[in-house]
Design a protein around this ligand. Sequence first.
Ligand code: FE
Length: 210
Amino acid sequence: MSDDHRHDPNPHGPAARVKALEELLVEKGLVDSARLDEIIETYQHAVGPRAGARVVARAWCDRAFHRRLMTDAVAACAELGIAGPEGGHLVAVENTARVHNLVVCTLCSCYPWPVLGLPPAWYKSFAYRSRAVKDPRGLLREFGVVIPDEVEVRVWDSSAEQRYIVIPERPAGTKSMTEAELADIVTRDSMIGVGKVLAPSRAGGRRGAR
Ligand code: FE
């Protein structure tokens, strides 16, 4: 076995099997490993969650866009030049004072690549996938998000047919911020539903400087 496998605790585990499958596909000329690397690089660095953050910031600032996003997220994202594989069936779900949305893929790791890039490792873990359904409030507490009892938690199970982006609540005290500044404070976790967007702190942020 090659050196590549020496850190894998389980030589028959999923990682080793995926690697063997990839090697076989490359060997048979069915996939081009350089092209695979290019795709992963693109979604890890060039796309990433900043695309989703632009969508959220636009929705916060433009009511008409917000309406279009909630009706047809694919078309609304296309307006911002955001489209691509794994994004053809995107649905936007919105957090409010009464509802908190949480996204999971209980089966595997379906995720809206064009708006969020590649999923974080924990999103693919069995613990996350099972607890999101069995104990969403407990899971959210571990992410530091405490949802009051009176707020409903809605869990959305992604699939190849449907993927979700959470539109988090715009934090108080951000009225004077521009759309670009708002996009800067929108986090990946808030668009999965395991985080909240926080206003820049008074001490360190621009508001404190004024
Ligand atoms: Fe999946």
